[in-house]
Design a protein around this ligand. Structure first.
Ligand SMILES: *Cc1c(COP(=O)(O)O)cnc(C)c1O
Length: 409
């Protein structure tokens, strides 16, 4: 028989969300009269803005006419979208990113999962802990994570982010080749200020590492000194790749569009020790394995950058952030400590003394029929915390707050 990729066999099941679903189902069964509200899922609820819908309708009509029909598009994405991204997301911040540096895709999950292919099989990977699981699992599948010990991978470098270091990861003892950073962070909702991110760029330059910077939540940054892009740090274009997505920015979780920035200046060592360009490698990879994001969807994404699009999209983001502020206050009023929720739609809650993530999950569910995500599911340093999301509707959030107020925490 054909032998399987042995790395897949090492990966533990997707225990977290399956376990949550199981416990919620049991709660519903036992309490058929109670309505469960989830503050657990990381998905948006607001529909696409009319500007995007109109642009996609127009594109659909174009596809039905022989003069404007489009077949395969460029694997890198259409120039109209790549140029709009540069014009709106980078040029206004005086960043030298060009359209050639931008690669459009159908989602950041794929980009972030695929990018590790460009690095050597024995490259040493560092992840913040707790962590967005895609970074870990995609490297585990490639054999870089080592073996699962029941709580950790034995060949990954974990960078704990907890209350004790104010959620700013310290440099590890062992030197990594690849460093995954996600800011604003999922799951903790915390951010790095410009100096802290600058220190990581300086570190990467010093040790010769590459930073894979996930800024899916960039649109949620509200405070002044918090970078929107890693390229706001001088020299980052030589050591960092940036992942952006329209999913959380503009409600594209089901529509699918994202992009990666791979700057021209970013070089790593080739097999003979001579430098190779990551941009050329990613271009080769995409041209081979990817055939582009749909024209219709790219036109929809482009419409986000119109004046009207920007205005409507920021209204939606602000409405989620208004939820976040209310949830934060509601939890703090219970006497619990919260983090995040100011520059991100996630609130990271310290569980009451002596109560584990899952214990608190159970208490919240049984007393209020509210669902949170136990922090332990995102990595060992997530124990003792739970994640609440602000992506619900205003009505759901109001109802959730009433119930929270009644919690005997
Ligand atoms: C939601 C999310 C993304 C975006 O994923 P898409 O595939 O573009 O929907 C990327 N990174 C993190 C950390 C996320 O939470």
């Amino acid at each position: 028989m054909v032998r399987s990729n042995e790395n897949y066999a090492k990966i533990p099941g997707n225990y977290l969300f399956a376990e949550i679903a199981r416990k919620v189902a049991a709660h519903k069964e036992a309490n058929p009269d109670k309505k469960v509200i989830s503050l657990g899922i990381g998905d948006v609820t607001h529909p696409l803005i009319p500007t995007v819908i109109a642009a996609m309708h127009k594109a659909v009509d174009e596809m039905g006419q022989s003069e404007s029909f489009r077949g395969y598009g460029p694997e890198q994405g259409y120039a109209f979208l790549r140029e709009a991204i540069v014009r709106h997301d980078y040029a206004p911040r005086n960043l030298s990113i060009t359209a050639e540096d931008i690669f459009i895709s159908d989602g950041s999950k794929c980009d972030v999962g695929n990018f590790q292919e460009l690095f050597a099989a024995d490259a040493k990977v560092a992840v913040t802990d707790p962590v967005y699981p895609v970074y870990v699992d995609s490297n585990a599948m490639a054999g870089r994570a080592g073996n699962w010990t029941g709580s950790k991978w034995d060949n990954l470098i974990y960078l704990p982010c907890t209350k004790d270091n104010a959620f700013v990861p310290d440099f590890p003892k062992e030197t990594p080749d690849i460093i995954y950073l996600c800011y604003p962070n999922n799951p903790t909702g915390t951010v790095l200020c410009k100096d802290a991110l600058g220190a990581w760029v300086e570190y990467a330059r010093k040790v010769g590492a590459v930073i894979l910077f996930d800024s899916a939540y960039e649109a949620y940054v509200t405070e002044e000194n918090i970078p929107h892009s890693i390229y706001e740090v001088p020299g980052a274009e030589e050591v960092a790749v940036e992942f952006r997505s329209f999913s959380k920015t503009a409600g594209f979780t089901g529509t699918r569009c994202a992009y990666v920035v791979v700057p021209k200046a970013l070089r790593i060592a080739g097999p003979d020790g001579n430098p190779v360009f990551l941009q050329a490698m990613w271009n080769r990879r995409q041209a081979t394995k990817f055939n582009g994001c749909s024209y219709i969807v790219q036109r929809g994404a482009e419409a986000i950058y119109t004046l009207e699009g920007q205005e409507l999209v920021s209204k939606v983001v602000n409405s989620y952030m208004a939820n976040a502020a209310k949830i934060r206050k509601g939890v703090q009023d219970l006497g619990l400590e919260t983090f995040g929720g100011v520059n991100a739609p996630y609130i990271w809650v310290r569980t009451p003394e002596g109560l584990g993530s899952w214990d608190f999950f159970e208490r919240l569910l049984s007393q209020t029929s509210l669902v949170c995500t136990p922090g332990a599911g995102f990595g060992p340093s997530g124990e003792g915390y739970v994640r609440l999301t602000a992506f619900g509707t205003a009505t759901q959030t109001e109802e959730a707050l009433k119930r929270l107020a009644a919690l005997d925490a």
